[in-house]
Design a protein around this ligand. Structure first.
Ligand SMILES: C[S@@+](CC[C@H](N)C(=O)[O-])C[C@H]1O[C@@H](n2cnc3c(N)ncnc32)[C@H](O)[C@@H]1O
Length: 242
């Protein structure tokens, strides 16, 4: 049998419980405690991320499902969309494929979007799900080498096809390759190449700039004086204006 709460205990406990108990646990707990109104189902509170994504899709004319699955936070997504759409018909180069690849393609339908991906199977999977070009690239680095390579730009050059190398890109987004531990390639080469591939008047975005490698390579090769955007979402996204 569930214990019954006195009205006095309930009125004292309610404001505290509303602050600390997640909404989905409140109904079951009320039932267990015999709280008055335990059969009332509370409406789920609005999810700020869902609301933000609805606002972004409406503001930029995107179908809401285009943003489904993207791992970036809405403030990060919006900063990049704004830069791409401020350059209508422009070119957009993305280092790294992800659940957001379809979004980047859709944001730049009037222009040219190209993805560079090092993971063969993932490159194939994403290429099959979008219209834009996905180019398989290799990185010879391991993140563990980042400090040694920082002042050796000649060792950061990538082997890129002429369709990428001979173009000046309006927006470049560095969200790859993987750089979460020392055995991954790290983003030393992609950040270095972004600095060479961006057009005059263009922008480079680098995700995960709270990490030492992204922070150091962005400072050296993109330049803190060019940093014009810095937003914290799930991670730190910096934007550099050229
Ligand atoms: C940091 S993730 C980018 C995630 C992206 N922002 C998103 O919203 O999904 C970049 C790299 O992780 C790897 N990656 C991302 N998603 C993957 C998946 N589902 N399977 C395999 N590799 C993946 C790819 O090699 C890619 O270059």
């Amino acid at each position: 049998m569930s214990p019954r709460m006195s009205a006095r205990a309930y009125s004292l406990a309610r404001p505290v419980a509303k602050r600390v108990i997640p909404p989905r646990w409140r109904g079951p707990l009320r039932g267990r405690l015999g709280v008055p109104g335990s059969d009332v189902v509370e409406p789920a509170p609005p999810d700020p991320q869902v609301e933000a994504r609805a606002r972004i899709s409406s503001r930029y004319g995107l179908e809401p499902e285009t943003l489904d699955g993207a791992l970036l936070h809405d403030v990060e997504i919006e900063a990049i969309i704004a830069a791409v759409q401020a350059r209508p018909g422009g070119s957009f180069l993305v280092f790294g494929c992800g659940n957001d690849s379809r979004l980047w393609e859709r944001v730049n339908t009037a222009g040219r979007t190209v993805f560079l991906e090092h993971h063969p199977q993932w490159a194939g999977d994403v290429a099959a799900s979008i219209q834009s070009e996905v180019i398989l690239v290799s990185y010879w680095t391991q993140r563990a080498q980042w400090a040694d390579l920082l002042d050796q730009p000649e060792r950061l050059v990538m082997d890129l096809p002429p369709s990428v190398r001979d173009h000046q890109w309006d927006v470049v987004f560095v969200d790859g390759p993987t750089g979460f531990d020392d055995s991954t390639p790290g983003r030393m080469q992609s950040i270095f190449e972004a600095s060479r591939l961006v057009s005059a008047g263009g922008m480079v975005f680098v995700h995960d700039c709270e990490r030492p490698v992204e922070a150091a390579y962005s400072t050296v090769y993109l330049g803190s004086d060019r940093r014009s955007i810095s937003v914290w979402g799930h991670a730190l996204l910096n934007g550099y204006s050229f």
